[in-house]
Design a protein. Structure first.
Length: 156
């Protein structure tokens, strides 16, 4: 069975936009780079041509990857009035080791971005928080060691 990719409506739109951009502008840009690089002569010693072909391969691989994701996507609808942590909720926790509050948005793996406080439901912290309620204390087995978190608030 194929892996299901959980995404929000916004995440789905971003994937669709990226795919469209790669198929139109991305392919056109790389075709132009290859055309220019061919003009430099001998392809066996043409680093611009090699680089352009490598970039083309990356673009095509990303197109295939996104298309596969979109075939197996599960859209996370708006979460309303949830009492426990699920994909699509924001959860505020108290990190007992660092004595600080953190708020995370629990998202599917395709939308995870730690810089934006969006963590995957498949990450150690995400897995530990799923299904928990306000007031629960969670022990996370992370690569850096155990993390103790207390859930303070859950919102949509």
């Amino acid at each position: 069975m194929a892996k299901t990719y959980k995404v929000t409506e916004d995440g789905l739109k971003k994937l669709q936009d990226e795919l469209e951009n790669l198929k139109t502008e991305g392919r056109a840009d790389i075709a132009e780079k290859i055309k220019v690089a061919r003009g430099y002569g001998d392809l066996s010693e043409n680093s611009e041509y090699d680089e352009a072909k490598n970039e083309q391969a990356k673009i095509e691989a990303r197109i295939v990857e996104i298309e596969a994701m979109l075939k197996n996507v599960e859209i996370i609808s708006d979460v309303k009035g949830t009492k426990s942590v699920v994909v699509g909720t924001k959860v505020t926790v108290f990190d007992q080791e660092f004595n600080e509050e953190c708020t995370y948005m629990i998202v599917g793996s395709t939308e995870a971005n730690p810089m934006e406080q969006k963590i995957s439901d498949e990450s150690p912290v995400g897995k530990a928080l799923i299904g928990k309620k306000v007031g629960d204390e969670v022990l996370v087995e992370a690569p850096a060691g155990e993390i103790k978190l207390k859930i303070l608030k859950i919102s949509k």
